[in-house]
Design a protein around this ligand. Structure first.
Ligand SMILES: NC(=O)c1ccc[n+]([C@@H]2O[C@H](COP(=O)([O-])OP(=O)(O)OC[C@H]3O[C@@H](n4cnc5c(N)ncnc54)[C@H](O)[C@@H]3O)[C@@H](O)[C@H]2O)c1
Length: 254
């Protein structure tokens, strides 16, 4: 029987994998899941930042691992270590991502294209590819991939990021179809501009301009994305799969 309302107690004791957990949306999600009693497998390529973040969590149920999501063998090993440490895998949030400098397509550096696709798209594939079997062995689960408004719209100067985020939404749909009858739900969230270190390279002027792209005339907070992620992870979303939920201050409504 489905939960009629989002029940935060349902996360207690669940095993959750979060990539990009050292910062921003991944860190906000890890913190809320820790506060709700989940057991966490946290991965990030930035070991020092991840360790500093984990110190602030005040939870003993954390396995923190240095992982570059572009390396499929490392991702597979991290998931296997999480399963053997905590006895299974129930939930996953794939948030690791990068945003390289803007450049028009005709001058876009091939290396920046390769790097962006490797982290923002292949990194998500590498994770779901190994999260799904681990969840099947655990009796089912729920995965949320962090896409973007740029998964729905083009953005000037961002050909690689835009292509990768469109790809994440396509991957989410295909994977959801493959496993829809097996107790695995796979969804995505599409944030608008969110106040995290990812936007650190924006000048104050650019940040103000970014805020005004949203009908709410502001950028979002990481916890405003986490709240949508937790809903999608939870049994309250038991009939939701292959979806991409917008959390964007109205950006895509224009
Ligand atoms: N901040 C925004 O405006 C915004 C908007 C839409 C979507 N997003 C997406 O949200 C996700 C999280 O972004 P954020 O804003 O929290 O950024 P962030 O920079 O605060 O956090 C991203 C984390 O991912 C980690 N990471 C980067 N490359 C990695 C790799 N190869 N392997 C493992 N970890 C890696 C970083 O070390 C960092 O800790 C990204 O996928 C991003 O594209 C962000």
């Amino acid at each position: 029987m489905a939960s009629s309302l989002f029940d935060p107690r349902a996360f207690s004791g669940k095993v959750a994998f979060v990539s990009g957990a050292a910062s921003g949306i991944g860190a906000a999600t890890a913190r809320q899941l820790a506060d709700l009693g989940a057991k966490l497998v946290l991965v990030d390529r930035d070991r020092a930042r991840l360790d500093a973040f984990v110190e602030t969590l005040g939870s003993n149920n954390v396995l923190a691992l240095e992982v570059d999501v572009t390396a499929i063998a490392s991702v597979e090993e991290a998931i296997a270590r999480g399963v053997s440490h905590f006895g299974g895998l129930d939930l996953a949030v794939n948030s690791a991502g990068i945003d390289l400098p803007r450049c028009e397509t005709a001058r876009y550096p091939a290396g920046d294209w390769d790097r962006t696709i490797a982290v923002n798209l292949t990194g998500v594939f590498n994770a779901v590819r190994h999260q799904i079997p681990a969840m099947l062995a655990s009796g089912g689960g729920s995965i949320v991939n962090v896409a973007s408004i740029m998964g729905f719209r083009g953005f000037s100067g961002q050909p690689a990021y835009t292509a990768a985020k469109h790809g994440v939404i396509g991957l989410t749909k295909a994977a959801a179809l493959d496993h829809a009858t097996q107790g695995i739900r796979i969804n995505a969230v599409a944030p608008g501009f969110i106040d995290t270190p990812l936007l650190g390279h924006l000048s104050d002027e650019m940040r103000q301009a970014a805020a005004l792209l949203h009908p709410m005339a502001r950028v979002g907070e990481a916890d405003e994305i986490t709240n949508v992620i937790l809903f999608l992870l939870s049994d309250a979303a038991s009939f939701v799969t292959g979806a991409c939920f917008e959390a964007d201050g109205g950006y895509l409504a224009k």
